[in-house]
Design a protein around this ligand. Structure first.
Ligand SMILES: O=P(O)(O)OC[C@H]1O[C@H](O)[C@H](O)[C@@H](O)[C@@H]1O
Length: 444
């Protein structure tokens, strides 16, 4: 169950910047319904990149992923070679819900030392390498694959058994390679963008090895679909999209995303890509220069109360904070009394979850008292169903915002130039002219 607490957005809590929620919801009801209908209408067009809506209904692919997991019980270490949307979802969910049966490692950068260190620890015979790239050509992922491919061939006789590919069904360098070498391969559906791909094999294959209950993860995602299709008063993603929209209009250009959970420590990283890469756009759908976007900032409660809350409370009023809380622990831990530490008697006999929950409520209220708007998404507990629900909720929220802001939330043209400069600096064939231009500009 996902519950929304908007109290710290209302004027009785945060003063003049507060909103009259019933009035705002009524005033924007039509535009939210139009947005929802537009998204549902466009989703049959693969070019609209709305395939993530229906992925949680695709039980056939899920069954194939689970069969592959079943057939590879020998795996003790799974190395994911992927970056951005090809790594962040599986990293967030496995950190939250992985049961440790298989150790997951994420190679999502090209700093050499961590990769060398990982290679030194791995037992090749017990290692499966899942190279994941929607485009099938991302430099970092391909460089890592070249190293791991050679490492396997030198170490084991049947290296092909130790590689599984997740990429576009037709495009890119990886797909023809997988076919030519007869490697097991899964698909990133063409209609699903990387940052929306956690419920397709990009996420579910590593998560199957991490021991995550994938049926429940997808069932939770379907629950969010149900809400997004339903009446506005139950449409939580439309509501949180409206909150983000209203406060971006009030100059809150930063959205802090702060789960009160160490197990959710990588969720903000996944959300940052989803939010920033979807909504930070130069042009609207008609090509007008608009430069939309609010900046997502990672934070974890209670930890970052001791690092960032000073700024969140007393700094500029340029932030909207989203808290994620759990309504119940999966396990709990009692705080014992200790003789001689009577100054801590307020903790004696209490539980860690009580302290976590108190700190979450205290921080949210302290921000509200300083006129800093914040709202809370509360999960019944941290399990696959509720996390799947939250992930799909945040994807819908992002999609609704893209509609409200009249932008394409599903492309990322802004990342291309950096890639082209990289090709030029690395001496890639065909990029010689650009390399010359860079040299003339003092970049080489
Ligand atoms: O999955 P890939 O094609 O390797 O892309 C990995 C990532 O890099 C791209 O440049 C985009 O910024 C991301 O949206 C994407 O998730």
């Amino acid at each position: 169950m996902l519950r929304l607490d908007l109290n710290n957005l209302f004027s009785e809590r945060i003063g003049p910047e507060g909103i009259d929620w019933p009035a705002m919801l009524a005033a924007h009801a039509r535009s939210l319904e139009v947005a929802r209908d537009a998204l549902l209408e466009r989703k049959s067009n693969p070019e609209a990149f709305l395939g993530w809506i229906d992925v949680p209904e695709d039980t056939e692919t899920l069954r194939r992923v689970l069969r592959y997991r079943q057939a590879n019980g020998w795996v003790e270490d799974l190395v994911v070679l992927g970056i951005g949307g090809s790594a962040l979802g599986a990293q967030a969910v496995s950190a939250a819900l992985g049961n440790g049966s298989v150790r997951l490692h994420f190679v999502d950068n090209v700093e050499p030392e961590p990769i060398i260190g990982l290679l030194r620890t791995l037992e090749p015979h017990k290692t499966l390498v899942n190279v994941i790239s929607k485009s099938g050509s991302t430099a970092e992922t391909m460089a890592a694959f070249l190293v791991f491919r050679q490492w396997l061939e030198l170490a084991v006789t049947d290296w092909k058994k130790h590689v599984v590919v997740t990429t576009d069904p037709a495009k890119g360098i990886l797909r023809p390679y997988a076919e030519a070498e007869g490697l097991t391969a899964f698909e990133v559906p063409p209609s699903v963008g990387g940052r929306f791909s956690v419920t397709c094999p990009v996420g579910t294959l590593p998560l199957a090895f991490a021991g995550v209950d994938l049926e429940s993860l997808l069932a939770g995602a379907r629950k969010s679909n149900e809400q997004a299709r339903g009446a506005l008063e139950h449409n939580l993603p439309a509501q949180t999209a409206l909150v983000n929209h209203l406060f971006s209009q009030r100059g809150k250009n930063i959205v802090v995303f702060m789960p009160y959970s160490t197990r959710l420590r990588y969720l903000p990283d996944w959300f940052v890509q989803l939010h920033d890469e979807s909504l930070g756009k130069m042009r609207d759908r008609q090509g007008n220069e608009v430069r939309t976007g609010t900046t997502a900032v990672r934070a974890i409660g209670t930890t970052d109360q001791h690092a960032q809350v000073q700024l969140f409370r007393e700094g500029p009023r340029d932030k909207l904070t989203t808290f994620v809380r759990l309504l119940a622990p999966s396990e709990n831990l009692e705080i014992p009394a200790v003789k001689g530490l009577e100054g801590l008697e307020y903790l004696f006999g209490k539980s860690f979850f009580e302290l976590l929950d108190a700190e979450a409520k205290a921080t949210a209220h302290a921000l509200a008292k300083a006129g800093q708007p914040n709202y809370t998404l509360a999960l019944e507990k941290l399990d696959a169903y509720n996390l799947g629900w939250l992930l799909q909720h945040l994807m819908w929220q992002t999609a609704f915002l893209g509609e409200l802001w009249n932008i394409n939330a599903f492309d990322q043209p802004g990342v291309e130039l950096g890639k082209e400069y990289t090709y030029a600096l690395m001496g890639r064939k065909g990029w010689e002219t650009l390399a010359q231009e860079l040299k003339a500009e003092g970049v080489e």
